[in-house]
Design a protein around this ligand. Structure first.
Ligand code: HEM
Length: 511
């Protein structure tokens, strides 16, 4: 790279000959100035000077990478201070990584988990990151190629937990299928949520994480053999269709009906489903239908996209990248073999499935909150107000500390529950962890609420601006409420936790 002295750069100080120094690199901005989103005027004012401080006060560092074509050289015998970590590396910002990952002793994480985390992060940094922002901003669903690459790395299957479905698969970092546990899975959820682009992460087949387990755990053999391989490869997509316009957390109120034909070979399905993640681009719908009256009248049915199935994109607070759909089933003919579990046994399937979904949501939410905290720490350290960095203000340190304390508390509880999952069968998890996971999810979304609130106050106006330095904060605070509603509303979660506890409350306990 060509080297210049600072005196040499200083000569290029006019609008038609405009160089600046940013972090020891020399940029020729002459032709760029008129296209500069912050105006040409501000660049004219710093022409020929070192504008490092002004730059970092107003831009995210990624912009330098994006506009690296403007670099014409470097300042002789100076090195850049900013180190852009290579793909797959961990952040050195305090609390930006969970404590266990940073070489602190942990009762849960082994070398296998750490090498897995590094490999999944490398995959996400190199395959997902370039796609993420572009697709999310356009409101497009993730590139099919990306979904296929996730399939080639067997990551779709890994996000569905440990189990027989991993047998014979080659996993990243040489992790053996038999050593893969819920901590490996949790790490995969964390990494997939690390972009601060919620709806993009949702679009990465998160519908599969909730739509495929009923097939895996309760589906008939033919369904597992024919459908699962297509899902794991990324060739086909599946989603979970439970909620309806009139019934959200109140699963017992489901109205979408499936009536058997006189020959007994088919169901005819009629009804609508709302807020179905990935529904706009799914090939299969794991659908809760009413086959009779009362709680035993609910069944789960695998419905393939075809005649009578229509999906419309719902305009949510996020973007269309998540594929959130309004689904209509109109006289859809479904073979009776497509029942998942027993006819009339849908309620149990739904309840068992919710645990895994809620737990995975906590993993993703913790990773998202961590990213926000990292951005806040960086911003508070580099942003100067009233003559000193924001972090010099006790009120800012309090807000940051509050966010960290809340996050680490939730993270610890979620790790303990993850450990319990590694020691329990799926049935035991359903019986014993539904209540604690419900309460954990509630605690988690209260934490993200506080993180969003504090982060907005730390970032100020930039937290309500979709582009620029606070873009991750803006997104986080805009979609934060998704977690408090999806997979069961906060109030329902708390109630579930207490009702489950009441079931095992000792009859002979007295004050
Ligand atoms: C390599 C040099 C530079 C590049 C490639 C660049 C690029 C950009 C881009 C892409 C934005 C839009 C940011 C966004 O909304 O995401 C922006 C905004 C801005 N830039 Fe630059 N810029 C450069 C240097 C500078 C310098 C040296 C200054 C000040 C002296 C400056 C001042 C601003 C201002 C004031 C804004 C508007 C910020 C806001 O809306 O909060 N830029 N720049």
């Amino acid at each position: 790279m060509k080297e210049y002295s600072r005196q040499e750069v200083a000569k290029h100080n006019k609008p038609d000959d405009l160089w600046v120094i940013i972090d020891a690199q020399v940029y020729n901005l002459t032709d760029f100035a008129d296209a500069h989103p912050g105006s040409a005027l501000v660049l004219h004012k710093v022409a020929g000077t070192d504008a490092t401080e002004q730059f970092f006060a107003l831009h995210r560092h990624e912009i330098l990478r994006k506009y690296s074509r403007l670099v014409i050289g470097k300042i002789a015998s100076e090195s850049p201070l900013l180190s852009i970590p290579p793909p797959g590396s961990f952040s050195k910002v305090p609390y930006a990584e969970s404590l266990a990952i940073l070489d602190k002793p942990s009762p849960f994480y082994t070398q296998s988990h750490l090498k897995w985390k590094a490999a999944v992060r490398h995959f996400c940094d190199t395959v997902l990151a370039p796609d993420a922002e572009q697709y999310s901003n356009l409101g497009k669903i993730p590139d099919k190629e990306v979904l296929l690459k996730i399939g080639s790395a067997n990551l779709h299957a890994c996000r569905l937990g440990p189990g027989d479905h991993l047998k014979g698969l080659t996993l990243l970092a040489g992790v053996k299928p038999e050593e893969f546990d819920y901590f490996h899975e949790a790490i995969a959820h964390e990494e997939f949520s690390r972009y601060g682009i919620y709806c993009y992460a949702e679009g990465l087949a998160s519908g599969m994480m909730i739509g495929a387990p009923p097939v895996m755990k309760f589906g008939p053999a033919w369904m597992k053999q024919q459908v699962l391989p297509k899902l794991f490869s990324g060739e086909k997509m599946i989603c979970l269709a439970i909620t309806e316009p009139g019934h959200g957390s109140d699963v017992a109120g489901i109205q979408c009906e499936a009536v058997k034909t006189p020959c007994g070979k088919f169901f005819i399905v009629n009804g609508t489903k709302k807020w179905i993640t990935n529904g706009t681009f799914s090939d299969y719908f794991t659908t809760a239908v009413r086959t009779g009256k009362g709680p035993t009248g609910i069944s789960m049915l695998l419905i393939e996209r075809g005649e009578g199935v229509t999906t419309e994109s719902i305009k949510t607070s996020g973007t269309a990248t998540a594929g959130t759909a309004y689904v209509t089933f109109e006289n859809v003919k479904v073979p009776v073999e497509n029942i998942i579990g027993k006819e009339g046994g849908g309620f149990a399937v739904i309840m068992a499935n919710f645990n895994h979904e809620r737990w995975a949501m906590v993993a993703g939410a913790c990773a998202g909150a961590r990213l926000v905290i990292e951005d806040c720490f960086k911003w508070a350290s580099q942003r100067k107000v009233f003559g000193k960095p924001l972090i010099e203000q006790p009120v800012i340190r309090f807000k940051l500390g509050q966010m960290i304390a809340e996050l680490e508390a939730v993270q610890s509880w979620y790790e303990i529950i993850t450990y319990q999952m590694t020691k329990m069968s799926y049935k035991e998890q359903t019986q014993q962890l539904a209540g604690p996971i419900g309460l954990l999810k509630y605690r988690c979304t209260r934490m993200t609420n506080l993180v969003a609130d504090n982060a907005v106050q730390i970032f100020g106006g930039r937290a309500i601006t979709r582009t620029g330095m606070g873009r991750r904060i803006e997104e986080f605070q805009r979609v934060n409420k998704f977690g408090a509603i999806l997979g069961g509303a906060e109030e329902v979660m708390v109630d579930l936790g207490v009702r489950q506890a009441m079931k095992v409350f000792p009859k002979d306990a007295r004050l």
